[in-house]
Design a protein. Structure first.
Length: 290
């Protein structure tokens, strides 16, 4: 039987300020728990041994999806199911719905949170590919204030983020891009599994050329889940099949996958190119109103 190590304290936070105060009180041995779909299994395997759990499920201030100025703001406690069902997110970026449809299963989506997925920082995390593609940012709060970190700087290694001791991720922000088309592609061994390779893209086409684009990849060792060389190649060019193929080739070249139980490295690189090409094609078509 898998049994977690003994837990010294369990606290149910009443506000973000209270959660931060509890983190400061218990120090580096404290962990926040929201959906718990990553932390609890790690505790059962004793890969994580927190002495204090701070439950943040009552923090309604972190549960909204809204527009502020020219940005979409998603609270850290928004559930995956709410992202999947949000007409606001679908209106601006269909990639959200496409991505959420292939994240785990309904049980996980009903409880798992956006903030938890980003803070877990799994190299195969679908939302990390999406966030990097859309060049989102995260807001991190501590007892002295808040700071905003670009998504492409938020993860600095597997299971490592810019959230420090005594801090909490409160929201994720995405710039609104009128005319953007977006798409998500994923290959997995079975429904609900982690990706063998996954790719998210957005493209803005104006006057026959690519004005802006973003490409995010998960599970293939792309640094910060992105491939700037492929984006830079495509911006300013016509979205022809030849240019899309070249951008997809550059995206694959920017990856450094490892061979594992999900497949050999060369297979993952092949998928990175093919899925990037598929996602770019659909993003272009959507931006052009096809």
């Amino acid at each position: 039987m898998q049994t977690p190590a003994p837990l010294e304290e369990y606290v149910r936070a009443t506000s973000v300020a209270d959660a931060i105060a509890q983190l400061e009180k218990y120090g580096e041995d404290a962990r926040l728990v929201a959906g718990g779909h990553s932390l609890i299994p790690m505790m059962r395997l004793r890969l994580a041994r927190p002495e204090a759990l701070i439950d943040i499920n009552d923090l309604d201030e972190l549960k909204s999806i809204k527009v502020e100025g020219n940005e979409i703001v998603i609270g850290a406690m928004v559930r995956h199911r709410e992202v999947l069902d949000s007409p606001l997110l679908f209106e601006h970026y269909p990639i959200f719905r496409e991505c959420e449809k292939v994240i785990a299963d309904p049980v996980v989506r009903n409880r798992g949170t956006v903030g938890g997925s980003y803070c877990q920082a799994d190299p195969s995390e679908d939302l990390s590919a999406l966030g990097s593609a859309l060049r989102g940012s995260v807001v991190i709060q501590n007892s002295t204030g808040t700071r905003t970190v670009p998504m492409r700087e938020f993860h600095f290694g597997p299971y490592m983020t810019q959230v420090g001791d005594g801090e909490i991720l409160t929201e994720v922000r995405f710039p609104i891009r009128p005319g953007a088309g977006s798409a998500y592609e994923k290959v997995e061994r079975r429904v609900g599994d982690w990706a063998v390779t996954s790719v998210g893209t957005f493209v803005v086409v104006k006057n026959g050329v690519v004005e802006d684009c973003g490409i995010g990849l998960a599970a293939v060792g792309a640094e910060h889940f992105c491939v700037p060389a492929a984006e830079e190649f495509l911006i300013g060019k016509a979205p022809t099949e030849e240019n899309l193929v070249q951008a997809a080739t550059l995206a694959a070249e920017g990856c450094n996958p490892s061979s594992d139980q999900r497949g050999p490295a060369d297979y993952k690189k092949h998928l990175a190119k093919e899925l990037t090409l598929r996602a770019l094609r659909r993003s272009v078509q959507s931006s052009q109103g096809a």
